[in-house]
Ligand binder design. Structure first.
Ligand SMILES: Cc1cc2nc3c(=O)[nH]c(=O)nc-3n(C[C@H](O)[C@H](O)[C@H](O)COP(=O)(O)O)c2cc1C
Length: 222
């Protein structure tokens, strides 16, 4: 994950330039819901929340299993890691509240250890912001390996979009996460190393995460 591959800037929800001056919070209340297995996605959620504070008067951050419903908020972000599918608590929150999410602008983020570059920055018409430090070009684009197929954006994100249908997020980001083998049991180690072929280490790039969050916050607060 040393060198970023193609940077899909156009998939970032960057708001239009506003005339001069420092950013002033114009949005009302935002809700940030996250799930995390080993803690690194919680830190990503905190960085997203910090950026949102420039755009929203109030930003509440909750873990998914104890988060309030989206009603009463002006924008919602739900984030979680891929843990053999999107984290179950993030999925549960999304499914439980998909009715209300139809009435609130919302976005999603995913942390992951692998993502195959397929040259497409959308899944089912939904813009995807792909972390350039995470995406990896397939060895042979004509014939993807099993691991490469598994890590396709349409596989990861397609399942999540099914969970929230008919509500549709404004944007979905897939960020490089962090893999600390010392926190994992044997089964987890085998899965990440053998099945998905991930490289251990902290791959998070806060510049990318914060740029996504800042653009999104501005766009959702308008
Ligand atoms: C048991 C387990 C399963 C994982 N499954 C996937 C996966 O299917 N695809 C992927 O890209 N990353 C996968 N990962 C990597 C995590 O998504 C990544 O390490 C994430 O940053 C972990 O976030 P957390 O520290 O908040 O739990 C998995 C990690 C673990 C421990």
């Amino acid at each position: 994950m040393d060198e970023p591959q193609d940077t899909p800037r156009e998939t970032l929800p960057v708001a239009e330039e506003t005339a001069g001056g420092d950013a002033v919070a114009t949005g009302g209340r935002a809700l940030l819901v996250y799930a995390s297995r080993h803690g690194s996605t919680r830190e990503v959620a905190d960085a997203v929340a910090e950026e949102f504070r420039a755009a929203f008067v109030e930003v509440d951050v909750y873990e998914a299993d104890s988060a309030p419903p989206p009603a009463g908020y002006d924008a919602v972000v739900i984030g979680g890691p891929m843990i053999m599918g999107w984290h179950k608590d993030a999925r549960k929150y999304l499914k439980r509240h998909r009715g209300e999410l139809g009435d609130v602008p919302f976005a999603l983020f995913v942390t992951a250890a692998s993502l195959t570059e397929d040259g497409v920055n959308a899944v089912e018409g939904m813009p995807i912001a792909k972390d350039p430090w995470l995406v990896k070009k397939p060895r042979n684009a004509e014939k993807l390996s099993r691991k490469e197929r598994y890590a396709l954006p349409r596989h990861y994100v397609g399942d999540i979009l099914k969970d929230c249908a008919p509500a549709r997020p404004r944007n979905v980001a897939v960020f490089a996460g962090s893999l600390d083998l010392t926190t994992m049991n044997l089964f987890e180690k085998l899965f990440v190393l053998v099945v998905i072929g991930a490289t251990p280490g902290d791959g998070r790039h806060y510049e990318f995460i914060r740029a996504w969050a800042a653009g999104l916050g501005e766009a959702l607060a308008r």
